[in-house]
Design a binder for this molecule. Structure first.
Ligand SMILES: [Zn+2]
Length: 185
């Protein structure tokens, strides 16, 4: 369970589906490892926490940069907490006794409200760098592995509903939009 006020950044508004083109195109690799990047990472943790999310990509707060944060339980219930700059995703072979894939419900802060079942690899790893440009990796299972795949998708301009059949996607987006038929600003 996350503790309130754990992150010292400032929460920024979440971009919703269709609300900003930055959510729907690949993000630019980070090349400047200065204080703006450290501020961005802190603000992303704060934004994720404020929105009660388990992961967040930079373009979900309108920033065109390949950075994501995660605070999500793995298959054993252990929290996977971290961030990666310029992540590369590798889907891993399952260990003995693990499924290759899992089909469970997935949701997104940028499509607030609904969830939909989506197959994802059970075990995955991202390799990238930290805010100082030093190499980091996160390997995870279960929901945390799903989150890694979901966030790297975001940085490639893909929201999870884009992976679903058009009819279902439209239904989920309408559900997220609420009775007014418009996504919240
Ligand atoms: Zn998302």
């Amino acid at each position: 369970m996350r503790l309130p006020g754990r992150y010292s950044g400032t929460a920024r508004p979440i971009v919703t589906y269709g609300g900003d083109p930055v959510l729907h195109r690949p993000c630019a690799p980070v090349t400047d490892f200065g204080k703006d990047l450290r501020r961005l990472v802190l603000d992303m943790f704060a934004s994720m926490e404020a929105a009660d999310g388990v992961g967040l990509a930079a373009n979900q707060i309108g920033v065109d940069a390949r950075v994501f944060v995660i605070d999500c339980p793995d298959a054993r219930g252990e929290d996977v907490v971290g961030y990666v700059v310029n992540p590369e995703l590798t889907v891993l072979e399952p260990h003995e006794g693990e499924p290759a894939e899992e089909v469970t419900e997935e949701g997104c802060l940028s499509v607030p409200g609904p969830y939909a079942e989506l197959p994802r690899a059970f075990r995955a790893r991202v390799d990238g760098v930290d805010a100082a440009g030093l190499p980091v990796s996160i390997e995870a299972t279960g929901m945390a592995a799903r989150c890694l795949q979901h966030e790297v998708d975001h940085l490639d301009g893909t929201v999870y509903v884009d992976r679903l059949p058009a009819e279902l996607r439209e239904r989920l987006l309408a559900e997220a939009a609420g009775p007014e038929g418009e996504l919240p600003a």
